[in-house]
Design a protein around this ligand. Sequence first.
Ligand code: GDP
Ligand code: MG
Length: 438
Amino acid sequence: SLSDKLSSVFKKLRGKGKLTEQDIKEAMREVRMALLEADVNYKVAKDFIADVTQRAMGQEVMESLTPAQQVIKIVNEELTRLMGGDEAARIHIKSKPPTIIMMCGLQGAGKTTHCAKLAKRFLKEGHRPLLVACDIYRPAAVDQLCVVGAQAGAPVFKLDGAKPEEIARRAVMHAKDHGNDIVILDTAGRLHVDEELMAELGRIKQTVPVDETLLVIDAMAGQDAVNVAKSFGESTGLDGVILTKLDGDTRGGSALSVRAVTGKPIKFAGVGEKLDDLEVFHPARMASRILGMGDVLTLIEKAQDTADAKKAEETARRLMENKFDMNDMLDQLAQLKKMGGAGALVSMLPGLAGKVDMDEINESKAFVHIEAIIQSMTPAEREKPSIIDPKRKRRIAAGSGTKVEDVNRLLRQFEQMSKMMKQLKKNPKKFGRGGFGR
Ligand code: GDP
Ligand code: MG
Protein backbone atom coordinates (compact mmCIF):
# COMPACT_ATOMS: atom_id res chain seq x y z
CA SER A 1 0.00 0.00 0.00
CA LEU A 2 0.98 3.68 -0.14
CA SER A 3 1.72 3.63 3.58
CA ASP A 4 4.04 0.66 3.26
CA LYS A 5 5.89 2.22 0.36
CA LEU A 6 6.34 5.54 2.09
CA SER A 7 7.48 3.79 5.26
CA SER A 8 10.17 1.94 3.35
CA VAL A 9 11.40 5.13 1.66
CA PHE A 10 11.68 6.84 5.02
CA LYS A 11 13.33 3.87 6.63
CA LYS A 12 16.05 4.07 4.01
CA LEU A 13 16.48 7.77 4.69
CA ARG A 14 16.67 7.28 8.42
CA GLY A 15 19.46 4.80 8.01
CA LYS A 16 21.62 7.49 6.47
CA GLY A 17 22.17 10.10 9.17
CA LYS A 18 23.28 13.23 7.30
CA LEU A 19 21.52 13.62 3.98
CA THR A 20 22.90 14.82 0.68
CA GLU A 21 20.82 16.50 -2.01
CA GLN A 22 21.15 13.28 -3.95
CA ASP A 23 19.63 11.30 -1.06
CA ILE A 24 16.65 13.64 -0.97
CA LYS A 25 16.17 13.58 -4.73
CA GLU A 26 16.26 9.81 -4.76
CA ALA A 27 13.78 9.58 -1.89
CA MET A 28 11.44 12.04 -3.60
CA ARG A 29 11.59 10.06 -6.81
CA GLU A 30 10.40 7.03 -4.84
CA VAL A 31 7.68 9.00 -3.06
CA ARG A 32 6.47 10.24 -6.44
CA MET A 33 6.28 6.71 -7.79
CA ALA A 34 4.38 5.56 -4.73
CA LEU A 35 1.88 8.39 -5.20
CA LEU A 36 1.36 7.56 -8.86
CA GLU A 37 0.88 3.90 -8.04
CA ALA A 38 -1.73 4.96 -5.48
CA ASP A 39 -3.52 6.59 -8.41
CA VAL A 40 -2.81 10.16 -7.42
CA ASN A 41 -3.35 12.60 -10.26
CA TYR A 42 -0.09 13.10 -12.21
CA LYS A 43 0.06 16.86 -11.86
CA VAL A 44 -0.88 16.76 -8.20
CA ALA A 45 1.96 14.32 -7.53
CA LYS A 46 4.41 16.41 -9.52
CA ASP A 47 3.57 19.66 -7.72
CA PHE A 48 3.58 17.91 -4.36
CA ILE A 49 7.06 16.52 -4.92
CA ALA A 50 8.31 19.91 -6.10
CA ASP A 51 7.03 21.56 -2.91
CA VAL A 52 8.42 18.93 -0.59
CA THR A 53 11.79 18.85 -2.36
CA GLN A 54 12.14 22.58 -2.16
CA ARG A 55 11.50 22.57 1.56
CA ALA A 56 13.62 19.48 2.19
CA MET A 57 16.62 21.03 0.45
CA GLY A 58 16.35 24.04 2.73
CA GLN A 59 18.82 24.80 5.47
CA GLU A 60 16.64 23.71 8.36
CA VAL A 61 16.68 20.16 7.09
CA MET A 62 20.18 19.86 5.75
CA GLU A 63 21.66 21.35 8.90
CA SER A 64 19.32 19.57 11.26
CA LEU A 65 20.57 16.91 13.60
CA THR A 66 17.72 14.69 12.45
CA PRO A 67 17.37 15.34 8.71
CA ALA A 68 15.39 12.24 7.80
CA GLN A 69 12.82 12.99 10.47
CA GLN A 70 12.58 16.56 9.23
CA VAL A 71 11.83 15.27 5.75
CA ILE A 72 9.06 13.03 7.10
CA LYS A 73 7.67 15.97 9.01
CA ILE A 74 7.60 18.05 5.83
CA VAL A 75 5.88 15.27 3.89
CA ASN A 76 3.28 15.02 6.65
CA GLU A 77 2.66 18.77 6.59
CA GLU A 78 2.44 18.93 2.81
CA LEU A 79 0.08 15.95 2.68
CA THR A 80 -2.13 17.73 5.18
CA ARG A 81 -2.01 20.92 3.16
CA LEU A 82 -2.80 19.01 -0.02
CA MET A 83 -6.01 17.74 1.55
CA GLY A 84 -7.10 21.12 2.83
CA GLY A 85 -5.01 22.02 5.85
CA ASP A 86 -5.51 21.57 9.56
CA GLU A 87 -9.17 22.36 9.88
CA ALA A 88 -11.97 19.95 9.13
CA ALA A 89 -14.42 21.50 6.67
CA ARG A 90 -17.87 21.71 8.21
CA ILE A 91 -21.38 22.06 6.91
CA HIS A 92 -22.74 25.44 7.84
CA ILE A 93 -26.20 25.20 9.37
CA LYS A 94 -28.14 28.42 8.80
CA SER A 95 -29.71 30.24 11.71
CA LYS A 96 -32.81 30.69 9.56
CA PRO A 97 -34.04 27.18 8.66
CA PRO A 98 -34.11 25.14 6.62
CA THR A 99 -30.55 24.52 5.50
CA ILE A 100 -30.82 22.77 2.14
CA ILE A 101 -28.24 20.16 1.21
CA MET A 102 -28.21 18.64 -2.27
CA MET A 103 -26.36 15.38 -2.78
CA CYS A 104 -25.16 14.66 -6.29
CA GLY A 105 -22.89 12.20 -8.02
CA LEU A 106 -22.74 9.24 -10.33
CA GLN A 107 -24.85 6.13 -9.92
CA GLY A 108 -23.58 3.82 -7.22
CA ALA A 109 -21.30 6.42 -5.63
CA GLY A 110 -23.24 6.22 -2.37
CA LYS A 111 -25.60 9.21 -2.49
CA THR A 112 -28.66 7.51 -1.01
CA THR A 113 -26.65 5.77 1.70
CA HIS A 114 -24.92 8.99 2.66
CA CYS A 115 -28.17 10.97 2.77
CA ALA A 116 -29.17 8.64 5.57
CA LYS A 117 -25.75 8.70 7.23
CA LEU A 118 -25.87 12.48 7.33
CA ALA A 119 -29.45 12.44 8.61
CA LYS A 120 -28.46 10.10 11.43
CA ARG A 121 -25.56 12.32 12.35
CA PHE A 122 -27.73 15.46 12.33
CA LEU A 123 -30.36 13.72 14.47
CA LYS A 124 -27.70 12.93 17.05
CA GLU A 125 -26.74 16.59 17.09
CA GLY A 126 -30.33 17.50 17.85
CA HIS A 127 -31.42 18.57 14.37
CA ARG A 128 -34.59 17.52 12.58
CA PRO A 129 -33.54 16.52 9.07
CA LEU A 130 -35.96 15.70 6.24
CA LEU A 131 -34.85 13.35 3.49
CA VAL A 132 -36.23 14.04 0.00
CA ALA A 133 -36.53 11.51 -2.82
CA CYS A 134 -35.62 13.41 -5.99
CA ASP A 135 -34.31 10.33 -7.82
CA ILE A 136 -37.53 9.55 -9.68
CA TYR A 137 -36.24 7.40 -12.51
CA ARG A 138 -36.04 4.13 -10.66
CA PRO A 139 -38.88 3.28 -8.28
CA ALA A 140 -36.39 1.21 -6.30
CA ALA A 141 -34.43 4.37 -5.55
CA VAL A 142 -37.34 5.91 -3.64
CA ASP A 143 -37.91 2.68 -1.75
CA GLN A 144 -34.22 2.50 -0.88
CA LEU A 145 -34.29 6.01 0.57
CA CYS A 146 -37.37 5.08 2.63
CA VAL A 147 -35.58 2.03 4.01
CA VAL A 148 -32.37 3.80 5.01
CA GLY A 149 -34.35 6.83 6.19
CA ALA A 150 -36.29 4.57 8.56
CA GLN A 151 -33.04 3.03 9.78
CA ALA A 152 -31.69 6.50 10.52
CA GLY A 153 -34.96 7.54 12.12
CA ALA A 154 -35.53 10.42 9.71
CA PRO A 155 -38.74 11.16 7.76
CA VAL A 156 -38.68 10.84 3.96
CA PHE A 157 -40.57 13.15 1.64
CA LYS A 158 -41.75 11.66 -1.70
CA LEU A 159 -44.16 12.72 -4.39
CA ASP A 160 -45.32 10.48 -7.21
CA GLY A 161 -45.45 11.81 -10.76
CA ALA A 162 -43.63 15.10 -10.11
CA LYS A 163 -40.37 16.42 -11.53
CA PRO A 164 -37.32 16.57 -9.23
CA GLU A 165 -37.36 20.38 -8.92
CA GLU A 166 -41.06 20.33 -8.04
CA ILE A 167 -40.47 17.63 -5.42
CA ALA A 168 -37.68 19.75 -3.96
CA ARG A 169 -39.91 22.85 -3.85
CA ARG A 170 -42.74 21.02 -2.11
CA ALA A 171 -40.32 19.33 0.28
CA VAL A 172 -38.91 22.67 1.43
CA MET A 173 -42.48 23.90 2.09
CA HIS A 174 -43.16 20.68 3.98
CA ALA A 175 -40.00 21.18 6.05
CA LYS A 176 -41.03 24.70 7.02
CA ASP A 177 -44.46 23.45 8.06
CA HIS A 178 -43.09 20.54 10.06
CA GLY A 179 -40.11 22.15 11.75
CA ASN A 180 -37.42 20.31 9.82
CA ASP A 181 -34.34 22.52 10.02
CA ILE A 182 -32.29 20.53 7.47
CA VAL A 183 -33.46 19.26 4.07
CA ILE A 184 -31.35 16.65 2.34
CA LEU A 185 -32.08 16.12 -1.36
CA ASP A 186 -31.22 12.70 -2.77
CA THR A 187 -30.82 13.17 -6.53
CA ALA A 188 -30.52 10.83 -9.49
CA GLY A 189 -27.19 9.66 -10.80
CA ARG A 190 -26.00 8.51 -14.20
CA LEU A 191 -23.34 6.08 -15.26
CA HIS A 192 -21.35 8.94 -16.71
CA VAL A 193 -21.34 12.67 -16.36
CA ASP A 194 -23.82 14.03 -18.91
CA GLU A 195 -25.51 17.30 -19.74
CA GLU A 196 -29.00 16.08 -18.94
CA LEU A 197 -27.98 15.29 -15.37
CA MET A 198 -26.26 18.64 -14.95
CA ALA A 199 -29.33 20.40 -16.36
CA GLU A 200 -31.57 18.61 -13.87
CA LEU A 201 -29.35 19.58 -10.93
CA GLY A 202 -29.34 23.13 -12.27
CA ARG A 203 -33.15 23.25 -12.33
CA ILE A 204 -33.32 22.09 -8.71
CA LYS A 205 -30.90 24.83 -7.69
CA GLN A 206 -32.95 27.42 -9.55
CA THR A 207 -36.09 26.31 -7.76
CA VAL A 208 -34.89 26.03 -4.16
CA PRO A 209 -32.04 27.93 -2.44
CA VAL A 210 -29.52 25.11 -2.03
CA ASP A 211 -26.99 25.95 0.69
CA GLU A 212 -24.64 23.01 0.29
CA THR A 213 -24.07 21.08 -2.90
CA LEU A 214 -22.18 17.98 -1.88
CA LEU A 215 -20.65 15.73 -4.47
CA VAL A 216 -20.55 12.08 -3.51
CA ILE A 217 -17.67 10.20 -5.06
CA ASP A 218 -16.43 6.67 -4.78
CA ALA A 219 -12.83 6.51 -3.55
CA MET A 220 -12.36 3.14 -5.19
CA ALA A 221 -12.77 4.76 -8.60
CA GLY A 222 -9.45 6.54 -8.06
CA GLN A 223 -8.59 9.11 -10.72
CA ASP A 224 -11.93 8.56 -12.48
CA ALA A 225 -13.67 9.80 -9.37
CA VAL A 226 -11.47 12.86 -9.32
CA ASN A 227 -12.26 13.58 -12.96
CA VAL A 228 -15.96 13.28 -12.17
CA ALA A 229 -15.46 15.77 -9.38
CA LYS A 230 -13.80 18.14 -11.78
CA SER A 231 -16.66 18.10 -14.29
CA PHE A 232 -19.33 18.37 -11.59
CA GLY A 233 -17.47 21.28 -10.09
CA GLU A 234 -17.35 23.06 -13.43
CA SER A 235 -21.03 22.61 -14.26
CA THR A 236 -22.90 22.53 -10.95
CA GLY A 237 -20.85 24.46 -8.50
CA LEU A 238 -19.84 22.43 -5.46
CA ASP A 239 -19.36 23.26 -1.82
CA GLY A 240 -17.70 20.06 -0.83
CA VAL A 241 -17.15 16.39 -1.39
CA ILE A 242 -18.14 13.23 0.43
CA LEU A 243 -15.57 10.59 -0.33
CA THR A 244 -17.19 7.18 0.06
CA LYS A 245 -15.91 3.60 0.27
CA LEU A 246 -12.66 4.75 1.77
CA ASP A 247 -12.79 1.47 3.66
CA GLY A 248 -12.29 -0.37 0.40
CA ASP A 249 -9.74 1.96 -1.14
CA THR A 250 -6.30 0.65 -0.33
CA ARG A 251 -4.54 3.13 -2.55
CA GLY A 252 -5.68 6.43 -1.07
CA GLY A 253 -5.05 8.35 -4.27
CA SER A 254 -8.42 10.03 -4.60
CA ALA A 255 -8.32 11.44 -1.09
CA LEU A 256 -5.04 13.08 -2.01
CA SER A 257 -6.10 14.48 -5.37
CA VAL A 258 -9.68 15.70 -4.90
CA ARG A 259 -8.91 18.91 -3.12
CA ALA A 260 -6.09 19.94 -5.43
CA VAL A 261 -8.04 19.11 -8.61
CA THR A 262 -11.41 20.59 -7.64
CA GLY A 263 -10.40 23.20 -5.09
CA LYS A 264 -13.24 21.85 -2.92
CA PRO A 265 -12.76 20.29 0.50
CA ILE A 266 -13.61 16.74 1.39
CA LYS A 267 -16.12 17.21 4.20
CA PHE A 268 -16.97 13.64 5.09
CA ALA A 269 -15.57 10.21 4.45
CA GLY A 270 -17.70 7.08 4.11
CA VAL A 271 -15.95 4.12 5.67
CA GLY A 272 -18.49 1.32 5.42
CA GLU A 273 -22.03 0.36 4.47
CA LYS A 274 -23.56 0.92 7.89
CA LEU A 275 -25.14 4.25 8.76
CA ASP A 276 -22.60 4.94 11.48
CA ASP A 277 -19.73 4.50 9.08
CA LEU A 278 -19.33 8.19 8.46
CA GLU A 279 -16.39 10.30 9.55
CA VAL A 280 -15.75 14.00 9.48
CA PHE A 281 -12.76 14.31 7.19
CA HIS A 282 -9.68 15.64 8.97
CA PRO A 283 -6.81 16.28 6.54
CA ALA A 284 -4.17 16.01 9.26
CA ARG A 285 -5.49 12.68 10.49
CA MET A 286 -5.74 11.34 6.97
CA ALA A 287 -2.15 12.37 6.32
CA SER A 288 -1.04 10.49 9.43
CA ARG A 289 -3.00 7.48 8.32
CA ILE A 290 -1.36 7.55 4.91
CA LEU A 291 2.04 7.88 6.52
CA GLY A 292 1.34 4.72 8.45
CA MET A 293 0.40 6.12 11.84
CA GLY A 294 2.27 4.40 14.64
CA ASP A 295 5.96 4.48 14.14
CA VAL A 296 6.14 7.34 11.71
CA LEU A 297 4.04 9.62 13.86
CA THR A 298 6.20 9.02 16.87
CA LEU A 299 9.20 9.81 14.73
CA ILE A 300 7.65 13.08 13.72
CA GLU A 301 7.19 13.92 17.35
CA LYS A 302 10.76 13.01 18.04
CA ALA A 303 11.79 15.26 15.21
CA GLN A 304 10.82 18.28 17.22
CA ASP A 305 14.36 19.51 17.59
CA THR A 306 13.26 21.84 20.32
CA ALA A 307 12.51 18.90 22.56
CA ASP A 308 15.95 17.45 21.96
CA ALA A 309 17.55 20.80 22.59
CA LYS A 310 15.64 21.15 25.84
CA LYS A 311 16.88 17.80 27.02
CA ALA A 312 20.43 18.72 26.13
CA GLU A 313 20.07 21.98 27.99
CA GLU A 314 18.80 20.13 31.03
CA THR A 315 21.77 17.78 30.87
CA ALA A 316 24.13 20.71 30.49
CA ARG A 317 22.58 22.35 33.52
CA ARG A 318 23.04 19.18 35.55
CA LEU A 319 26.62 18.98 34.36
CA MET A 320 27.26 22.48 35.61
CA GLU A 321 25.87 21.52 38.96
CA ASN A 322 28.03 18.40 39.09
CA LYS A 323 24.99 16.21 39.13
CA PHE A 324 25.95 14.33 36.01
CA ASP A 325 25.36 10.64 36.60
CA MET A 326 24.96 7.42 34.67
CA ASN A 327 21.32 8.23 33.93
CA ASP A 328 22.43 11.38 32.12
CA MET A 329 25.00 9.37 30.29
CA LEU A 330 22.33 6.94 29.22
CA ASP A 331 20.20 9.85 28.00
CA GLN A 332 23.11 11.23 26.08
CA LEU A 333 23.80 7.89 24.51
CA ALA A 334 20.18 7.56 23.45
CA GLN A 335 20.44 10.96 21.82
CA LEU A 336 23.66 10.06 20.13
CA LYS A 337 22.18 6.91 18.78
CA LYS A 338 19.07 8.66 17.54
CA MET A 339 21.08 11.24 15.72
CA GLY A 340 23.50 8.71 14.36
CA GLY A 341 26.52 10.82 15.21
CA ALA A 342 27.50 13.78 17.30
CA GLY A 343 25.17 14.16 20.24
CA ALA A 344 23.48 17.28 21.44
CA LEU A 345 25.82 17.57 24.37
CA VAL A 346 28.91 17.36 22.25
CA SER A 347 27.61 19.88 19.77
CA MET A 348 26.67 22.27 22.54
CA LEU A 349 30.08 21.99 24.14
CA PRO A 350 32.50 21.61 21.27
CA GLY A 351 35.43 21.39 23.62
CA LEU A 352 34.28 17.99 24.78
CA ALA A 353 34.49 16.37 21.40
CA GLY A 354 38.22 15.86 21.35
CA LYS A 355 38.55 14.81 24.96
CA VAL A 356 36.08 12.02 25.46
CA ASP A 357 36.75 8.98 23.41
CA MET A 358 33.71 9.43 21.19
CA ASP A 359 34.92 7.06 18.51
CA GLU A 360 34.63 4.23 20.92
CA ILE A 361 31.18 5.32 22.06
CA ASN A 362 30.12 5.90 18.50
CA GLU A 363 30.53 2.34 17.44
CA SER A 364 27.00 1.12 17.35
CA LYS A 365 27.89 -2.18 18.98
CA ALA A 366 29.44 -0.30 21.85
CA PHE A 367 26.20 1.64 22.17
CA VAL A 368 24.25 -1.50 22.78
CA HIS A 369 26.79 -2.67 25.34
CA ILE A 370 26.85 0.59 27.21
CA GLU A 371 23.09 0.82 27.35
CA ALA A 372 22.86 -2.73 28.59
CA ILE A 373 25.51 -2.14 31.20
CA ILE A 374 23.90 1.00 32.56
CA GLN A 375 20.52 -0.66 32.56
CA SER A 376 21.93 -3.50 34.64
CA MET A 377 22.94 -1.08 37.36
CA THR A 378 20.71 -0.27 40.30
CA PRO A 379 19.38 3.29 40.56
CA ALA A 380 21.80 3.98 43.39
CA GLU A 381 24.73 2.75 41.33
CA ARG A 382 23.67 4.89 38.39
CA GLU A 383 23.67 7.96 40.55
CA LYS A 384 26.95 7.19 42.25
CA PRO A 385 29.02 4.68 40.25
CA SER A 386 31.89 4.86 42.75
CA ILE A 387 29.93 2.51 45.01
CA ILE A 388 30.26 -0.31 42.48
CA ASP A 389 32.60 -2.93 43.93
CA PRO A 390 34.25 -5.85 42.06
CA LYS A 391 31.48 -8.24 43.04
CA ARG A 392 28.82 -5.89 41.63
CA LYS A 393 30.92 -5.40 38.50
CA ARG A 394 30.76 -9.13 37.85
CA ARG A 395 27.00 -9.09 38.43
CA ILE A 396 26.52 -6.15 36.07
CA ALA A 397 28.66 -7.77 33.40
CA ALA A 398 26.68 -10.99 33.69
CA GLY A 399 23.38 -9.12 33.69
CA SER A 400 24.24 -7.17 30.56
CA GLY A 401 25.92 -9.99 28.70
CA THR A 402 29.26 -8.18 28.71
CA LYS A 403 32.65 -8.68 30.33
CA VAL A 404 33.98 -7.07 33.49
CA GLU A 405 36.51 -5.18 31.38
CA ASP A 406 33.61 -3.64 29.43
CA VAL A 407 32.08 -2.45 32.66
CA ASN A 408 35.46 -1.09 33.75
CA ARG A 409 35.92 0.74 30.48
CA LEU A 410 32.52 2.36 30.79
CA LEU A 411 33.25 3.42 34.33
CA ARG A 412 36.52 4.95 33.15
CA GLN A 413 34.71 6.85 30.43
CA PHE A 414 32.20 8.08 32.91
CA GLU A 415 35.01 9.15 35.25
CA GLN A 416 36.64 11.00 32.35
CA MET A 417 33.41 12.78 31.51
CA SER A 418 32.71 13.77 35.10
CA LYS A 419 36.24 15.11 35.57
CA MET A 420 35.76 17.32 32.57
CA MET A 421 32.51 18.55 33.92
CA LYS A 422 34.32 19.66 37.03
CA GLN A 423 36.93 21.52 35.00
CA LEU A 424 34.19 23.01 32.95
CA LYS A 425 32.56 24.31 36.03
CA LYS A 426 35.77 25.77 37.41
CA ASN A 427 36.89 27.37 34.20
CA PRO A 428 34.05 27.68 31.67
CA LYS A 429 36.09 29.95 29.37
CA LYS A 430 38.29 27.03 28.44
CA PHE A 431 35.32 25.54 26.65
CA GLY A 432 34.81 28.31 24.14
CA ARG A 433 33.90 27.66 20.51
CA GLY A 434 37.57 27.39 19.69
CA GLY A 435 37.91 24.12 21.48
CA PHE A 436 39.03 22.81 24.80
CA GLY A 437 42.23 23.92 26.43
CA ARG A 438 43.25 26.70 24.05
P1 GDP B 1 -26.20 5.89 -5.09
O1 GDP B 1 -26.51 5.22 -6.38
O2 GDP B 1 -25.18 6.99 -5.30
O3 GDP B 1 -27.38 6.37 -4.35
O4 GDP B 1 -25.43 4.81 -4.17
P2 GDP B 1 -26.00 3.97 -2.96
O5 GDP B 1 -26.17 4.80 -1.75
O6 GDP B 1 -27.17 3.17 -3.41
O7 GDP B 1 -24.78 3.01 -2.66
C1 GDP B 1 -24.26 2.09 -3.60
C2 GDP B 1 -23.59 0.92 -2.90
O8 GDP B 1 -22.43 1.36 -2.23
C3 GDP B 1 -24.49 0.31 -1.83
O9 GDP B 1 -24.33 -1.10 -1.89
C4 GDP B 1 -23.91 0.84 -0.53
O10 GDP B 1 -24.12 -0.04 0.54
C5 GDP B 1 -22.46 0.95 -0.88
N1 GDP B 1 -21.78 1.97 -0.08
C6 GDP B 1 -22.13 3.27 0.07
N2 GDP B 1 -21.24 3.91 0.85
C7 GDP B 1 -20.30 3.02 1.20
C8 GDP B 1 -19.11 3.10 2.00
O11 GDP B 1 -18.69 4.13 2.55
N3 GDP B 1 -18.39 1.95 2.12
C9 GDP B 1 -18.77 0.80 1.51
N4 GDP B 1 -18.00 -0.26 1.70
N5 GDP B 1 -19.86 0.70 0.77
C10 GDP B 1 -20.64 1.79 0.61
MG1 MG C 1 -29.40 6.44 -4.95
